[in-house]
Design a binder for this molecule. Structure first.
Ligand code: NAD
Length: 478
């Protein structure tokens, strides 16, 4: 099997070490072999990004539009094939994999346009015969560090704005999903972007990720991953005054009020809690349900859960694919045990499932009789495990929803405009969903959270510019 190499200074470069990328739906299936960058190669990638940065910052906006637009076109044209690769290496269903790839293509097209819309301002001076111009410039070489759960969309929503606004990039993807990262790099490489503008280094975060965090030539780091790793990124970057942006964990509440459309609430909860195997930062892991509808909601929800098809991500008809790897599966099982020990009732699921092929299959789990102080409700599990928290009214629901260190997404199901308006206003999350799942967002509007879920300017949409540009104020005496 040929090895997929790193991409540094316009060349595909091999290395001594490589890892096998394993299909979580069938652990006998090796998706590919991927080279691991060594320390020297990381340094060479930063050299290249640094050397290319002045030229790329001055490149024409039409040129950047053309590159990004062409990259988006190729991604969209190959969404079936790339979606299959994504689902094979990550384990989300094929429909989800293809949807994610399509989103990545749309993001490149959106940011192609943003390269053209990078307008400044002309402001009258307070002094005579002076004018003031405010413009946006590139920040410089940027390190992009991403997680495994959206292996093409998250890289796309960081790489596309970075390049659109004239920054060069060193991209370090998650260890578990190098396939999608490599395929995206291959498309970017063939688009013809100048040497050094875009570089890929694959390998362990604690080694090569840290090298990027501590290299003074890297002027900004855009990171998505766990809250614990986010703290490491923040420490390293603030220690050397580099710009950083963090998107981290969630423990997202979905409030279900007694005046909701029950069918819709159950569908929102099912999608939010368990689709993509619950491995979404925006997953609804806390279902906060008003007392008078609690039993009807739980009964309808369990009935739907029992109809879910859990199996090979690539097989048609699968609703929920496998957990991404053994480590994550062990973590999920540990939390199921913790929930029981804390006194919650495990109503259904949680057990490991055998399927025709060896994989990391787990039946989605639902706890009831839980309260918000339990670890299963305070800590991010990042798997198909959800809890129901019974509350007596909207006041209590509001309090429980906000009683968390996280603040990424929050939802409410209700037919009351007044309750929905109050929830929108009082929710401490960065994204609020009314009668819709907590997960699943548009690609052209801001994405991000509050508290320990996010730090720095928002990602995506027009707001992405705030992180990927620096502001210059120029005075002209006439
Ligand atoms: P992780 O923190 O383990 O890894 C994320 C990335 O950081 C990987 O590329 C990893 O190699 C790298 N890394 C690890 N240690 C590092 C270090 N010391 N220095 C530099 N880089 C390092 O997260 P994960 O397990 O890949 O992803 C799951 C987490 O991501 C969950 O907590 C989830 O909520 C979060 N997530 C957040 C969002 C969001 O937008 N808020 C989106 C998706 C996932």
């Amino acid at each position: 099997m040929s090895v997929h190499n790193n991409f540094i200074a316009g060349e595909w470069i091999g290395s001594g070490d490589q890892i096998a990328n394993i299909n979580p739906s069938d652990t006998n299936d090796i998706v590919g072999e991927y080279a691991q960058a060594d320390r020297d190669q990381v340094s060479q990638a930063v050299d290249a990004a640094y050397a290319a940065s002045a030229g790329w910052a001055q490149s024409g906006t039409q040129q950047r539009f053309d590159f990004l637009d062409a990259i988006g076109t190729e991604i969209l044209a190959r969404k079936q094939e790339l979606g299959t690769l994504l689902s094979r290496e990550e384990g989300k269903t094929l429909a989800e994999g293809i949807g994610e790839v399509a989103r990545a293509g749309q993001i490149f097209k959106y940011f192609a346009g943003e390269a053209l819309r990078n307008a400044g301002e002309l402001i009258p001076s307070v002094r005579p015969d002076l004018s003031v111009e405010v413009s946006r410039e590139a920040v410089g070489p940027i390190a992009i560090i991403t997680p495994w759960n959206f292996p093409i969309a998250i890289p796309a929503w960081k790489i596309a704005p970075a390049l659109a606004f004239g920054n060069t990039v060193v991209f370090k993807p998650a260890e578990l999903t190098p396939g999608s990262a490599w395929a995206l790099t291959d498309i970017i490489a063939r688009s013809g972007v100048p040497e050094g503008v875009f570089n890929l280094v694959m390998g362990p975060g604690a080694e090569i990720g840290e090298l990027l965090l501590n290299d003074h030539r890297i002027r900004a780091v855009s990171f998505t991953g766990s809250t614990d790793t986010g703290r490491i990124v923040a420490g390293a970057c603030s220690g050397r005054n580099a710009r950083y942006q963090l998107e981290m964990g969630g423990k997202n509440p979905l409030v279900v009020l007694n005046d909701c459309d029950l069918d819709n609430a159950v569908n929102c909860a099912l999608n939010g809690a368990f689709f993509s195997t619950g491995q979404r930062c925006t997953a609804s892991s806390r279902l906060i349900v008003e007392e008078s509808i609690h039993d009807a909601f739980v009964a309808a929800f369990v009935q739907k859960m029992e109809g879910l098809v859990i199996g090979d991500a690539l097989v048609e008809g699968t609703d929920i694919g496998p957990v991404v790897d053994q480590t994550q599966l062990n973590k999920n099982l540990e939390y199921v045990q913790i929930g029981k020990e804390e006194g919650a009732e495990l109503l259904t699921g949680g057990e490991v499932l055998e399927r025709e092929k060896p994989g990391f299959y787990q039946r989605p789990a639902l706890f009831i009789d839980t309260d918000n102080s339990m670890r299963i409700n305070m800590e991010e599990i990042f798997g198909p495990v959800a809890s129901v928290i019974k509350v007596s009214n909207l006041d209590e629901a509001m309090h429980r929803a906000n009683d968390t260190q996280f603040g990424l997404s929050a939802g409410i199901c209700t037919s009351s405009l007044r309750s929905a308006a109050r929830f929108k206003q009082e929710s401490q999350a960065g994204m609020v969903m009314i009668n819709a799942p907590t997960a699943g967002v548009d690609y052209h509007v801001p994405f991000g959270g509050t508290k320990e879920s996010s730090f720095g300017p928002r990602e995506q949409g027009g707001y992405a510019r705030d992180f990927y540009t620096t502001v210059k104020t120029a005075y002209t005496q006439t």
